[in-house]
Design a protein around this ligand. Sequence first.
Ligand code: BJW
Length: 225
Amino acid sequence: MILTGAGVSAESGLGTFRDKDGLWTKYDLSEVATPEGFATDPAKVHDFYNARRANALDAAPNAAHDALARLQAARPGEVLLVTQNVDDLHERAGSTRDVIHMHGALTGALCATCNHRWTAPRVMSPEDRCPKCTAPSTRPDIVWFGEFPYQMEEIYTALAQCGLFVAIGTSGQVYPAAGFVQEARAAGIETLEINLEASDGSGYFDRALHGPATEIVPHWVDTLI
Ligand code: BJW
């Protein structure tokens, strides 16, 4: 099982959250990444995600996304990608199955009234109406702080059964994803961190490879294949 974070898309030009110049140095996360922030100023939150959606559409998968797609193709059905990223660069690199977006997706829209989901337009606004119930309560299909991440049962089942847990490009500061390494360790599963530098949770991993994802991941995938 491979958990990916913002670091895997950093070299595609998409900003990380907590690095120097990261998104949380420019935006107040309580204003743009919580249900309370959305209730207070939906236009501000839509603007934030409209800009992120535009950036993601303009970005291209990098050598790390490509290598992970190559690994999945070489080991069909054996490699589950669990991503915290809301971009679709894993899919565009060729990971068309066995990808879980635990924090949602920029390509999705969600009705806060009836929970209907549909493909997000390029630009969303507070006036947009749900195509099913017509309520003007559409939001990006993103998991904000205080909300329950998606497909957790599937993730914990896979985590308990996997032979290797790898975390790539994530700071290990956001739960529940930050706790996966400890769950894996408790189950006796081998763990590996791949990150630009030692993360907060580095000490929990059996091994670590530090450096840019576009260099380390293709090399690591080559050795596995
Ligand atoms: C590179 C690189 C390169 C850079 N190559 N590497 C107190 C204690 C414990 C928990 C809590 C607490 N108070 C509240 C909580 C819970 C809260 C939480 O964890 N808060 C923490 C801040 C403390 N979590 C939640 O609310 C979650 N829900 C929840 O817990 O529900 C209850 C539950 C319990 C148990 C089981 C199940 C459920 C929801 C979290 C939602 C997170 N949402 C966000 C924003 C929405 C998505 C979006 O807008 O994109 O998701 S926050 C943001 O952080 C985003 C990311 O997915 C997430 C993780 O960030 P990530 O990917 O790790 O990025 P960075 O920037 O932090 O790190 C990048 C890393 O890459 C760095 O290490 C760099 O070095 C590295 N790097 N360039 C390789 N080229």
